[in-house]
Design a protein around this ligand. Structure first.
Ligand code: PLZ
Length: 453
């Protein structure tokens, strides 16, 4: 195969949607063939092109096609791909050392990341952090910490939740296919409660906060018993579950209930964190202060890093040596995190996320007026979605329509993702550095895809 000159990624890439071949193009097709001969088929692909470079609001493939990025690698590159500060910090770090293992010989950047998390996460109580590699690992460790602290076994989670693919986090995740099917048995002592899902709440969205809270507490007390519960784990806005924003009062009520019963309240902000929703963390929207917060994805501009941050007395419950891992808080990932956090703060990306929501939500609501299959438009900041259903008076999920719109967007040069328990949610997660012009162009492509459905 003729390999073209390697394009340089980062914000300097031309910020344009550009199709120069069919999708996938010939070079991507060659790589897809190589891939299917050696990569396990269980590992999925959303957009069947191979990436050559990415930056700002675009992803460029090996055939020279430039896609508008509405996925951010699943809410990871909030600061954009190969963001300037991240690239510089990583270069500097790899020239110094790449790994010692923090548990063997520590280094300053790990401590500096924990200082930043102490400062940025909700609440002014004394905090401690521990660093890991993936979102799932952060959630698993939060459960370990909560169990050590309370001496209780049970973990309470919600319908439509997604917390990862390891054995314990599969048990916490709600959806069978594709995440759990044939992979059991799962970890015990996991209990699932109904979620506050306004669009699907039987008595109407306005009751979804209050009624869901009462139901959740009632079920928890009857079926589990508060005194058996180590922690409640919840995404403040559900990610893979379809960008479900709980009804007002649900999260604060739950946090308050947990406090009154000595249950550790764990916010899984793996997808919602780091400016994504127009606040640094989604919990802040209703003033919720979690006992423990799980962080990953947007924390390090594309490098594998995750964290659990929380109340010092809870975090310090496990015995010395009880938490860790070879790579947790790797120095390159920590350098990237410090640079990503600086970028979010210096470049006003929290405000930028709000601005993206202000641009997208009205356009999507206008689209809803024209297309009865758009049952719901929801989200916050740069985490927005539309849920597709049979029609204006029929909420039967329509995953085929979501797949068709998404495919039309891909063919036209816009990278979109789907989500939701029924796969009927189109979700949009642009990098926070995307230009208004690109966003407008992407919205026009989405509008056209609905018009031609
Ligand atoms: N908690 C809230 O969104 C990861 C999963 C993609 P890891 N979401 C993307 C896929 O199909 O595997 C996620 C999340 C929330 C935990 C996780 C898990 O994070 O870094 O993928 O382990």
């Amino acid at each position: 195969m003729n390999v073209p000159a390697r394009p340089t990624g980062g914000p300097g890439l031309p910020q344009e949607r550009r199709l120069v071949t069919e999708v996938p193009g010939p070079r991507s097709r060659e790589l897809l063939a190589r891939r299917s001969a050696v990569v396990a088929r269980a590992v999925g692909t959303t957009l069947p092109v191979f990436v050559a470079a990415a930056g700002g609001g675009v992803v460029v493939d090996v055939d020279g096609n430039s896609f508008i990025d509405l996925g951010s690698g699943i809410a990871v590159v909030n600061v954009g791909n190969s963001a300037d500060r991240v690239v510089a910090a990583v270069h500097e770090q790899v020239e110094q050392f790449t790994h010692t293992c923090f548990m063997v010989a520590p280094y300053e950047s790990y401590v500096a990341v924990c200082e930043a998390l102490d400062r940025l996460t909700p609440g002014d109580h004394e905090k401690r952090s521990a660093l890991f590699n993936s979102g799932a690992e952060a959630v698993e460790n939060a459960v370990k910490i909560a169990r050590a602290h309370t001496g209780r076994p049970a973990v309470v989670v919600f319908d439509h939740a997604y917390h990862g693919r390891t054995n314990l986090t599969m048990a916490l995740t709600a959806k069978n296919m594709p995440y759990k099917h044939s992979f059991g048995p799962f970890a015990p002592e996991v209990y699932r409660l109904p979620m506050s899902y306004p669009f699907r709440w039987p008595t109407g969205p306005e009751n979804a906060g209050r009624e869901a809270l009462a139901q959740a507490i009632d079920l928890l007390e009857k079926q589990v018993g508060a005194e058996n519960v180590a922690c409640v784990v919840i995404e403040p806005i559900q990610g893979e579950g379809g960008f479900v924003v709980p009804g007002e009062g649900f999260l604060p009520g739950l946090a308050e209930y947990c406090r009154s019963k000595g249950i550790v309240f764990v916010a899984d902000e793996v997808q919602t964190g780091f400016a994504r929703t127009g606040d640094m963390f989604a919990c802040e929207h209703e003033g919720v202060v979690p006992d423990l917060i799980c962080l990953a994805k947007g924390i390090a501009g594309g490098f594998p890093l995750s964290a659990v941050t929380g109340r010092a007395e809870i975090m310090d419950s496990p015995h010395a040596g009880g938490l860790g891992g070879t790579y947790g808080g790797n120095p390159v990932a920590c350098a990237a995190a410090l640079a990503a956090i600086e970028t979010i703060e210096q470049d006003g990306l929290v405000e930028r996320a709000r601005h993206i929501g202000d641009l997208m939500l009205p356009r999507l609501r206008a689209l809803q007026e024209q297309h009865g299959i758009i049952g719901d438009v929801r989200g916050r900041g740069a985490m927005v979605a539309v849920e597709l259903v049979a029609g204006p008076d029929d909420r039967t999920p329509d995953p085929a329509a979501a797949a068709a719109v998404s495919a039309a967007c891909h063919a036209a040069g816009v990278l979109t993702l789907t989500a939701g328990t029924w796969g009927n949610v189109l979700r949009f997660l642009p990098p926070l550095v995307i230009s208004d012009e690109l966003l407008d162009d992407a919205l026009q492509v989405i509008e056209k895809a609905f018009a031609e459905l």
